[in-house]
Each structure stands twice: as C-alpha cells, then as structure tokens.
Design a protein around this ligand. Structure first.
Ligand SMILES: Cc1cc2nc3c(=O)[nH]c(=O)nc-3n(C[C@H](O)[C@H](O)[C@H](O)COP(=O)(O)OP(=O)(O)OC[C@H]3O[C@@H](n4cnc5c(N)ncnc54)[C@H](O)[C@@H]3O)c2cc1C
Length: 378
C-alpha cells in the first residue's frame, strides 16, 4: 500500500513524486508513456523562466521558491538545468506585458532594467521593434532545459524510494472510503491519497467535475540565422514580444539548429483524442515568419526543426491547484495555460503539501478550483 499515487509523471508529476519521496512518503508514480517524452506538454528543449510576472503578481512568491528549487535540483542531480541568459520583454508601454512586468517588479522590488527600443537595439544590434515600444531587461530570467528537468526530478524521486511505473495508462480512478483506487488495464492500485497531474489529459480524467479546460495545439520552430547574430554564447538573451499580431517569444541560438521561436497566442483547439500527434499549421508559421522579418531580421527562412505541443487552458489562463470538491484525498494540478513549466518544481511541492495536509506557506486563492465551479442550483 502506498501513501500517495501520482497520476502523470511529466512536468508537475515528476516534481510531486520527488517532493513526496524526499519527505519519506511511500509514493507510486504512474505514466502512460516514459517521461520525458514528446507527446504532452513538457518537451522541445527549452522553457523560459522569469520572475517579474506580468500575468498576475500572485505568481511572484511561487517563482521565488521555484528559483531556489531549480538550483537545489541542479546540485542534487549534478545536471545543468537553468541558463540565466536574461530576458527582453518588448511591447507598447500601455499594453499588457510592460505595465504588468513593472507592477510585479515594483511590488516585490525585483531588479529590472528599463530601456528604450533605441537603447535595446544599440546593445543588441540584430534586434528590431517599433520606436515607441518599451523594453525591459530581466537579468535573472533565462531558460530551463525542459526534458532534463523532468528527468532530474524522476531520478531524484527514485533515489528517495519512489516507485515509478511507466507505460501504464490509467483508465479510471475512484474514491474508496477515505482512500482512492486507480485502475490500469491490468492492475488496481490503492493508496490514501491521489495527485492528478495529467497535463492535457486532465479534462478526460476529471470529466465528471466539468472543469472548463480546453487544449490547444501549439508549434515550435527553429531557424538558422544568417550570421550567428543571436548566439547565447555572445550574450543574446531570451525574448518575449507583445505585438499587434499577438505574443511571440524565443531563445538565443545554442547550436546549429539556430534560434527557437514560437507564438504564445493563437493555437488550434483540439477536439479529438489527445495523442501527441500534431500537424504543421501554415498560418501559424507564416505569422512567426512575419514576426521574424520585422523584429529579428537576421534570422533566415531555413527552418531546421519543428515540433508540436499542447497548452491546457483555463478561462482566465491561471493555473488550477486544489483538492477536489468533497474529496480532500484527491489533489489536482492542471490548466497551466502555456506558462507553467517554470513553476513545475514548486507546484509539485505544493501538491505534496495539499495531499499531506501540510500548511501552505503561499496564498493560492487565485488558483483555486472553486473559481470555476458553479454553486449547486445555479
Ligand atoms: C510549445 C510550448 C511552449 C511552452 N513554453 C513555456 C515556457 O517558455 N515557459 C513556461 O513556464 N511554460 C511553457 N510552456 C508550458 C509548460 O511546458 C506546461 O505548462 C507544462 O509542461 C505542463 O506540465 P504538466 O505536468 O501539466 O503536463 P505534462 O508534462 O504533459 O505531463 C502530463 C503527464 O501525464 C501523463 N498522463 C496523462 N494521462 C494519463 C493516464 N491516463 N495514465 C497515465 N499517465 C497519464 C502523460 O503521459 C504526461 O507524461 C510551454 C508549453 C508548450 C506546449
């Protein structure tokens, strides 16, 4: 018998399994594939991490803890996970991103540097943008090696005694008295507690709760640059633009694949089964190439790689982390809405807290499930 079953061992689940095992709980982790894999939401080499969060200042305390936890995981696993390249946030001064970053930075006294577009171009000559845009450089932002992070959490969880079973699809779960029962095609597992961290499959496993999640296909592109203008080794940072055509972000050139770029807005709604199979979308690619032409003109049109991935969206684009209504033995983390990887270490820790009735050190009220559940008779 296990204390806790963690269902899904991707970004959040691997971290939850590690957090629980480190505290001495008997953990069983189950995944339908063998993470890190490329069928869910935690693949494609890199993920941006930043602290002056424009989306909601409530995320900043979580990020401060996440920075500590990633560093701790790096040293425990002897693996480089975090690259502090810095991040340029670029957009209209009265848009969403720039005022949001300034708000979070002011509230939590975070170090940022404000530049005009002209000053930014002087410092990074292969960069472009509208003259009236503002630029913020977050020096302690950067990127995480996404698959290496998942692998490090899994390896460390195992070292602390977690039992991790891969290639086991969970086909059902139910409350069993005060505990839980989880079914795979050929096994039934029981435990006192369940943590559901199923990424884009969460809606399927939680269908009876009618949680308003929807899944989007998203696209990642790598392009060669014409003359190595955007190399990480030469100090080029990550970037996040707010433009009239939407949000675009990317990573400096690390190797021969070149610069990695994606559109954060947009995406196609997934109506079919979530199976990790994606198709290229010429419209998305064309939006990305138009963006490149206007803002990163030394990037060529020689695409070296493409990959598809899923965002799991909530209506307000904030995460859900909570126990289920009337089922305190079941904790869920879902709906990371395309910006959750940087938080996976801390969400895993908080899920472990919720599952073991530990007092939370952080205010999670803006991430509670209740904000989406209608009261009875409504
Ligand atoms: C293209 C793209 C770019 C992104 N960029 C950023 C970024 O720059 N910064 C950032 O912070 N975030 C970013 N994100 C978001 C971030 O990557 C995700 O929020 C995060 O990886 C989600 O982790 P997860 O644990 O919820 O899902 P996953 O990592 O997909 O894990 C879910 C796991 O559950 C397993 N599972 C599901 N159902 C079952 C079942 N029935 N039985 C057994 N196992 C099951 C799956 O196999 C999977 O391993 C990006 C996402 C995408 C797609």
């Amino acid at each position: 018998m296990h204390d806790v079953i963690v269902l899904g061992l991707g970004g959040v689940g691997s971290a939850a399994a590690f957090a629980l095992a480190k505290r001495g709980h008997r953990v069983l982790g189950l995944d339908q594939y063998s993470p890190p894999h490329n069928r869910g939401s935690s693949h494609g080499e890199t993920r941006i991490i930043r602290k002056s969060y424009f989306e909601h200042p409530g995320y900043v305390p979580l990020l401060c803890r996440a920075y500590d936890l990633w560093r701790e995981l790096e040293s425990r696993s002897s693996t480089r996970l975090f690259h502090p390249t810095g991040l340029l946030e670029i957009g209209p001064p009265d848009g969403i991103v720039i005022p949001g970053v300034l708000r979070s930075a002011a509230k939590f006294e975070l170090p940022i540097e404000q530049l005009t577009m002209k000053e930014a171009i002087y410092r990074y000559p292969a960069l472009r943008g509208d003259d009236f845009w503002s630029v913020i450089l977050e020096k302690d932002a950067g990127y995480l090696n996404v698959e290496a992070c998942v692998q490090a959490h899994l390896t460390c969880a195992k070292e602390f005694g977690a039992e991790l079973v891969m290639e086991q699809k969970v086909v059902g779960w139910e409350a069993d008295g005060s505990g839980i029962l989880v079914r795979t095609p050929d096994q039934i597992y029981r435990a006192d507690r369940l943590i559901l961290t199923a990424g884009p499959w969460a809606g399927e496993l939680l269908s009876e709760f009618r949680i308003p999640l929807h899944v989007l296909h998203k696209h990642l592109y790598w392009y060669e640059s014409n003359n190595g203008s955007y190399r990480e080794a030469d100090g080029f940072p990550c970037f996040f633009y707010e433009t009239q055509a939407g949000y675009f972000y990317g990573f400096p050139e690390r190797d021969a694949l070149g610069l990695k770029i994606a559109r954060h807005s947009g995406g196609e709604k997934v109506d079919a089964e979530i199976d990790g199979v994606h198709q290229r979308n010429p419209e998305d690619q064309s939006a990305v190439e138009t963006f490149l032409g206007a803002n990163l003109p030394d990037v060529s049109r020689r695409m070296t790689r493409w990959s598809g991935c899923y965002y799991t969206m909530t209506p307000d684009e904030n995460f859900i982390i909570d126990t289920l209504p009337n089922l305190p033995q079941v904790t869920m983390v879902a709906g990371l809405s395309g910006h959750g990887f940087k938080f996976t270490c801390v969400l895993g820790e908080l899920a472990a807290d919720l599952a073991t009735n530990k007092r939370l050190s952080t205010d999670l009220s803006f991430l509670r499930l209740s904000r989406f559940l209608k009261p009875p008779n409504d």
